[in-house]
Ligand binder design. Structure first.
Ligand code: ADP
Ligand code: MG
Length: 387
């Protein structure tokens, strides 16, 4: 079935940008160009022009009500927040031929957070790597998208040529599972790295199927660390010490925290430069966030003055529901510029990727979800470069 764009969000096909293969090399990375979208856009657009009935028929089911199948987010190539050419770096010569106010229009396009959606450029290739920026993916609430965001932000950064290390810091080992590792079969995990003096990270590190991305896996052993660390000297900075020898090898280290504000999470915050807080666009999203920001502030004051809240990431957003939009508006009201412009939509593709054991950027490379995490990667990089 052909994808149908939601009403009222026409993006006219732009001439002159077609790349025959649908990919172009940016540095060492193949980046999807506008061509693929343009094809979809034009097709959906033409169909609507040709035959409104046809489109309506596709949108409805037998009973004439709105079809849940049509409502499947995945089949819609672009939600109203999805920037079809965000991944396309216009060639400067072509850009000069655009209408004089095109750049302004682009700047003033309103994103899902109700603010003008900036353009996040494709990052240039790096010639040398490190020292790493450490990001803690943190929220004491479970099921908000921490693990999903760690895997997919990491994979997107790696696609842009950054060297990435993911740290599974949850004894449930969901990050490891999501990358196709069976935690029960591991002899050495991040637990050994934390607790055993003289253990080198190389013994624990695993290469993932994504080039440029490695993993420090974990399993249930890590839950013992929470108890054992209590009697350690400088117990809060154990992870920081363990990661130190790895700093030069990576550009980004992303730590997937467990859903609590216990000693493991405090270790992650002590090691980190930045925190990303995923928030599910649901009614109780903001509940507990005050406690979380208080914890971040305490760590900042007492243990790690470099720590800062990089951003709040709205996840599982569904632009079709008033509820989702209201929650997002509340989050923006509360956190203002801390909220990423990039918002992650709700799609069944994410649970599927866990089963497949790979990031969405490889599992469904052309999906809206993959594009969203690529945009998040560019936004995170843009924030880092702005410093
Ligand atoms: N944007 C999304 N849309 C739909 N399901 C999602 C999305 N992000 C995550 N999920 C699913 O929600 C569940 C919880 O996500 P997860 O990333 O494991 O959260 P956390 O690590 O915060 O507990 C998982 O089954 C995951 O596949
Ligand atoms: Mg998790």
């Amino acid at each position: 079935m052909l994808p149908v764009r939601p009403m009222g969000v026409e993006v006219p096909p732009t001439p002159g940008q077609a790349a025959p293969s649908g990919f172009e090399a940016v540095g060492s990375v193949a980046v999807r160009t506008f061509a693929t979208h343009q094809h979809m856009t034009t097709t959906a657009h033409t169909m609507k022009m040709m035959d409104g009935q046809h489109v309506n028929a596709m949108a409805g089911n037998e009973s004439g009500r709105e079809s849940t199948h049509f409502a499947d987010y995945d089949e819609v190539p672009e939600g109203h927040f999805y920037d079809p050419d965000a991944e396309y770096e216009p060639d400067p010569e072509y850009a000069a031929t655009l209408a004089p106010d095109a750049a302004r229009q682009r700047r003033e396009r309103i994103g899902p957070t109700g603010r003008p959606l900036p353009y996040f450029p494709i990052p240039g290739p790096l010639t040398d790597h490190g020292p790493a920026k450490i990001i803690a993916m943190c929220n004491q609430k479970g099921g908000v998208g921490k693990t999903t965001s760690t895997i997919n932000l990491g994979a997107a950064l790696a696609e842009y040529g950054r060297r990435v290390l993911l740290v599974d810091f949850d004894p449930q080992g969901a990050l490891s599972v999501g990358l196709g590792v069976n935690p029960m079969e591991l002899d050495l995990t991040v637990y050994n790295l934390l607790m055993e003096r003289g253990m080198s990270a190389d013994e624990v590190l695993l290469k993932t199927a994504v080039p440029n991305m490695d993993l420090l896996p974990s399993n249930i052993d890590l839950s013992a660390a929470e108890v054992q660390l209590v009697s350690e000297v400088a117990r809060e900075s154990t992870l920081q010490r363990a990661l130190k020898p790895l700093m030069q090898d990576y550009d980004y280290i992303v730590i997937d925290c467990q859903p609590s504000l216990g000693l493991l999470t405090v270790n992650a915050l002590t090691a980190a430069h930045k925190v990303i807080v995923p928030l599910e666009c649901e009614f109780f999203a903001l509940r507990g966030v005050a406690l979380l920001t208080e914890t971040i502030e305490k760590v900042q004051e007492r243990l790690n003055p470099d720590l800062e809240l990089d951003g709040i990431l709205a996840t599982m957003y569904d632009s079709r529901t008033v509820h989702s939009r209201e929650v997002l508006a509340r989050v923006v009201e509360a956190f203002d510029d801390h909220v990423y412009h990039t918002v992650i939509g709700r799609t069944v593709r994410f649970p599927e990727t866990t089963v497949a054991g790979e990031p969405i950027t490889t599992y469904a490379s052309n999906s809206v979800g993959a594009a969203a995490y690529r945009q998040l990667a560019r936004e995170v990089l843009a924030r880092c470069h702005a410093e």
